[in-house]
Design a protein around this ligand. Structure first.
Ligand code: MN
Length: 264
């Protein structure tokens, strides 16, 4: 067997992670009974909330063992949306959690701070103009990046406030309809990430293209990363997201532990 070759790249990275230079930021909500689950109109199928049931805890059911059964919808808490999730992406190749090429789960991220806008208006929509202003300060979005919308929405720990539902539906921020095709065609993003329960704005069913972030992103083989948290700990540019979903056969998504590597 030939000696393994290495140019030290991965050792340098690991050295920086353990010894300083690269910070690891956890962008994941903790999965428990309170983790927000999307609520759909009652005539539609519903996603199961997260549930944990103890199998044993060093007791008569298993004296040496603590473990649980768990159940939830694929789209629970911080999670990954695969192209097969939407009808527009159903016939694309490699469109499910088990078939997306794994290198796609590593990508650069561009974080656009919309906290002031979202605080003033829960229905705030991120526009092309706002992203262009971001680019003037931070440089052009590199191809194959996540566009991440920071709103600090995930700091609303009360699920009622977080989902923000009334008789007219949900009121949560998201991308403007015009921004989505621009991000795909002009910037070639890998997907869209945000802090709300879904990648589309709460009122996006009323847009000319309903749910444009789902319809267009997934229709073009791109991904979604909703319910992120700790985005305030990221720089606008220069972080690497690690986002592998569970390898569910023909999965439409799954909860995911999203980590960001940030160069200091
Ligand atoms: Mn989803």
């Amino acid at each position: 067997m030939s000696k393994r070759r290495s140019n030290g790249l991965l050792n340098s990275l690991l050295g920086a992670i353990t010894g300083g230079g690269v910070r690891v930021v956890d962008l994941t909500m903790t999965l428990d009974q309170k983790v927000p689950t999307i609520v759909l109109p009652p005539e539609l199928g519903q996603s199961w909330p997260f549930r944990l049931e103890e199998i044993s805890r060093y007791d008569h059911r298993g004296p040496n063992t603590y473990w649980n059964n768990m159940s939830c919808g694929e789209h629970t808490g911080t999670h990954f949306d695969a192209p097969i999730h939407w009808i527009s992406g159903k016939d694309l190749p490699d469109n499910a959690t088990d078939t997306i090429p794994p290198e796609m789960f590593l990508a650069h991220a561009c974080v656009v701070d919309c906290t002031l806008e979202a605080e003033k208006d829960p229905d705030y929509l991120l526009t092309i103009q706002k992203v262009e202003e971001w680019e003037e300060e931070n440089g052009k979005i590199p191809p194959r990046s996540w566009l991440v919308m920071r709103t600090d929405w995930s700091m609303k720990f009360d699920p009622v406030e977080y989902l923000n539902l009334d008789d007219t539906g949900a009121h949560t921020p998201g991308p403007h309809m015009d921004l989505v095709p621009w991000l795909i065609e002009e910037r070639d993003v890998v997907g869209f990430g945000c802090e709300a329960v879904g990648t589309d704005a709460g009122q996006a069913q009323h847009f000319n293209i309903p749910f444009p972030c789902h319809h267009l992103m997934h229709g073009h083989g791109r991904f979604g990363l909703p319910a992120l948290t700790n985005l305030d700990k990221l720089p606008p540019q220069g972080s690497l997201f690690i986002t592998p979903p569970l390898k569910i056969r023909q999965g439409s998504g799954s909860p995911v532990r999203v980590l960001a590597l940030v160069e200091e």
